[in-house]
Design a protein around this ligand. Structure first.
Ligand code: AHM
Ligand code: MG
Length: 344
């Protein structure tokens, strides 16, 4: 080895082990004067559940977990085996943590309440994009954490039915070519990639920012005939050619919210799942899909609305409420709203 390479070796040695998710959350705790360690412990429990579930996803074909259980969930959809497993793992690990007074899941008809004084409410979609499992396309987990108003009280649904602006932490995991955990505790958005050999998430995308403009639009165009005239006009506009204005945009749609939101977070542009004549109030769920994703988009400098109003200001009325969702770069979301207002 030539002596010239020694300085580089020194640099490499100092960065040979990256920052782990645990360290990242601990650093945040040390910066908070009254931190008790409970939040750090809650995130560590979430991370454990994600890693357990990830190993099952990676072995799903081998473990014969693909396919349907034959049951239907509260949304009237068939529950797949992996959905049920993801739900069980998260529920089990979060209950054991002792930090959750209230837990809500897409896979549970009702919220679960605990007698112990758990400080937090955790709302999650254990397995998002479940229709993509059989095709080996990206799927994910989405969650939001709220602090209970009075942890001394018995937990109630009111603890969960709070506007997204009260979220203290939200995140999602994409089980894609790599397993990526994107998290915000209110101080920007940070992405961690799982090293499967070590079993740890390492910081790989610090301080993610949504670009001010993007070139991609994402929506299920199969719903075109059911959209309002305003949404149809927006869709025609975004596909029409105008070189000076940078159109047409490029179309991307995975059909797993986590994957479509992740791409929108990193590349900008717009993702829209508007209301239509079949899904009159939208398809995506406010508490454990739209709210956490909107929180992350806003934390990264993007925007999230239902087409007219800010998602994070909505007052929820039920656990499984659905909303229209439009997220992305501020400019593209504002343009969508101008179509909805009838200005274009
Ligand atoms: P789910 O798989 O948790 O039920 O989530 C619903 C999914 C989202 O991931 C995705 O954005 C949307 O439904 C896709 O809907 P569609 O198939 O109508 O395009
Ligand atoms: Mg979902």
């Amino acid at each position: 080895m030539s002596p010239d390479s020694l300085p580089n070796m020194k640099i490499a040695a100092s960065t040979v082990v990256g920052t782990t998710l645990r360290e990242h959350v601990l650093m945040g705790m040390h910066a908070a004067p009254n931190a008790t360690g409970e939040f750090t412990s809650l995130i560590n429990h979430l991370s454990l559940a994600i890693r357990v579930f990830n190993s099952k996803v990676r072995a799903a074909g081998l473990a014969k977990l693909l396919g349907y259980t034959g049951e239907t969930n509260v949304q009237g959809e068939e529950v797949q085996k992996l959905d049920a497993f993801a739900n069980d793992v998260l529920l089990n690990v979060l209950q054991r943590s002792g930090h959750c007074g209230v837990i809500g899941s897409e896979e549970l008809d009702e919220a679960v309440f605990h007698d112990h004084p758990g400080k937090y409410v955790v709302l999650f979609d254990p397995l998002d994009g479940s229709s993509n499992i059989d095709c080996n396309i990206d799927i994910g987990t989405i969650f939001a954490v709220l602090r209970r108003a009075d942890p001394g009280d018995a937990g109630s649904l009111a603890d969960a039915l709070r506007p997204g602006r009260e979220i203290v932490c939200a995140g999602y995991v994409v089980y894609g070519p790599a397993t990526v955990f994107v998290l915000s505790t209110g101080h920007g958005v940070h992405g961690f990639t799982l090293d499967p050999n070590v079993g740890e998430f390492f910081l790989s995308m610090p301080d993610i920012r949504v670009p001010d403009h993007g070139k991609m639009y994402s929506c299920n165009e199969g719903n075109h005939a059911r959209w309002s005239p305003a949404v149809q006009r927006w869709n025609a506009w975004i596909k029409s050619e105008d070189k000076a204005e940078g159109r047409p945009y490029t179309h991307r749609y995975v059909g797993s919210l986590v994957a479509d939101a992740h791409r929108t977070l990193l590349k900008g542009g717009i993702f829209a799942y508007p209301a239509d004549s079949k899904s009159m109030t939208g398809k995506l769920r406010l508490l454990y899909e739209a709210n956490p994703i909107s929180y992350l988009l806003e934390q990264a400098g993007g925007a999230a609305t239902d087409g007219t109003s800010r998602i994070l200001d909505m007052k929820p009325t039920s656990l499984h409420q659905r909303v229209p969702l439009v997220i992305g770069s501020k400019a593209e979301v504002a343009t969508f709203a101008s179509f909805v207002r009838g200005e274009r």
